[in-house]
Ligand binder design. Structure first.
Ligand code: SF4
Length: 423
């Protein structure tokens, strides 16, 4: 049994009878891990990924330890507005992933099942609900979530907020892109500002929001440059680090820390040696805990994941002079808020840009958003003669790992890519 599993078992033992001890152990684990990655040089990770690792751990630690200045949200929430208030954003998806990292997700999921929730509900949601049912999280002052992308969000956040007596703000995002839709969301963002002012007792500062959007624009420009270069460069990483890129592109986009990550990423790719192995475009979340997949992709010189499509879901330039309108426009224009053909087109563009040799689409357990249109995606990518692997699995719950099925399928896919060269 690994040290992480042993530590996870101690957390689990206390969850029922002493949730405070479990919470303290989680905070301690986060703290020690952050110190380790920030102060011990890890020769295998590039400087950008070392920075990202410490940044992600630091964000979760800060959010867990300071609930008075934290807000729970979903990955697609308008974090720029909370950031302008100095509020830490901690997403439901991130919390569940970290609990899985501590190997305690099974206990939390079972604790959500006890409430009679459908087992077909996405395991990100069930883990988050279970952690709340077992009281191992201190609720923050408020939650903010959106209706777009994920159909489970509204119900999960309503349920948890009611149970914890926590103020909740829901942003309703229409699916049809129009000026009317943008205005409708912009009006809600105005209300969100009043809600945050009342809840956190802080005054809104538009200038701060403009600075955040300025940094967000810069970050997108740097990432575009990275995408243009990475197709020929060696950028080894890990499944976990690829998941952590979502901290930069979503949860802290517009922050100085996120911008610094993109600066380092571009610098790394500019200095990187030429790469002759196989390049993968990954679509959707990654089962970062899976040992067999780690062996294939982590710091590999043969198979590298150069990009994940979620980092490019909404990267159009933001008009800094109309900050609220820009954030509203971004929410409505998100690629997942449109027809699946748009997502397929984005993946095709990214695959071309990064010179991908193959695409792996991960259909996460219970996620209708990812499974519903996979055939459209496959058809679009095959028009470009790109090999596509449609991989079913669970990015949180190890029990749905499929007893080696993922390993077999990914190994066969990688063999197919390598075989192409030999032919
Ligand atoms: S994986 Fe799908 S269902 Fe689960 S949180 Fe993400 S978008 Fe929602």
């Amino acid at each position: 049994m690994s040290i992480v599993q042993t530590y996870g078992n101690i957390i689990k033992k206390n969850c029922d009878s002493n949730p405070t001890t479990s919470r303290n152990l989680i905070n301690l684990g986060l703290h020690l891990e952050r110190l380790k990655v920030a102060h011990l040089s890890h020769s295998k990770n590039l400087p950008s990924f070392t920075y990202l690792n410490a940044m992600a751990l630091g964000m979760v630690e800060k959010g867990m330890k300071n609930p008075q200045m934290t807000c729970w949200n979903n990955l697609f929430a308008p974090v720029e507005i909370m950031e302008s208030f100095g509020i830490n954003c901690l997403s439901m998806e991130v919390l569940s992933s970290f609990f899985s990292g501590f190997t305690i997700e099974d206990l939390l999921i079972d604790a959500s099942d006890d409430e009679g929730l459908a087992t077909t509900l996405c395991s990100f949601h069930r883990t988050f609900i279970g952690a709340n049912n077992l009281n191992i999280l201190i609720p923050p002052r408020a939650s903010v979530t959106t209706s777009n992308v994920c159909d489970g969000n509204i119900n999960t956040f309503r349920y948890v907020s009611k149970k914890k007596d926590m103020p909740l703000f829901l942003v309703d995002v229409p699916h049809r892109y129009s000026e009317e839709s943008v205005k409708y969301v912009e009006d809600q963002l105005q209300e969100l500002i009043v809600f945050l002012e009342d809840t956190y007792k802080i005054r809104y500062n538009e200038e701060k929001l403009q600075q955040i959007l300025q940094r967000e624009n810069e970050s997108h420009q740097l990432y575009e440059k990275y995408l243009h270069l990475v197709g020929t460069k060696s950028m080894p990483s890990t499944l976990t680090l690829q998941m952590f890129t979502l901290f930069a592109s979503h949860l802290s986009i517009g922050s100085e820390e996120s911008l610094q990550f993109y600066r380092l990423l571009l610098s790394d790719v500019e200095k990187a040696p030429l790469y002759t192995g196989k390049k993968i475009l990954w679509v959707h979340v990654l089962p970062f805990y899976d040992e067999s997949l780690k062996k294939i992709f982590n710091h590999s010189s043969d198979f590298q994941i150069q990009a994940i499509e979620m980092n490019s879901d909404s990267n159009a330039p933001l008009d800094v002079s109309h900050p609220l309108n820009s954030v509203a426009r971004k929410l409505v224009a998100n690629v997942y808020n449109k027809g699946y053909e748009e997502k397929a087109a984005l993946c095709a563009r990214l695959a071309q840009q990064t010179k991908a040799d193959g695409v792996i689409h991960f259909a996460h357990w219970g996620c209708k958003q990812t499974s519903g249109g996979v055939q459209i995606l496959k058809k679009r990518l095959q028009e470009d003669n790109l090999p596509v692997l449609l991989l079913d699995g669970d990015a949180v719950d190890r029990r749905n790992e499929g007893k080696g099925q993922m390993k077999t399928r990914v190994e066969a896919f990688c063999e197919l890519l390598a075989e192409g060269d030999r032919r």
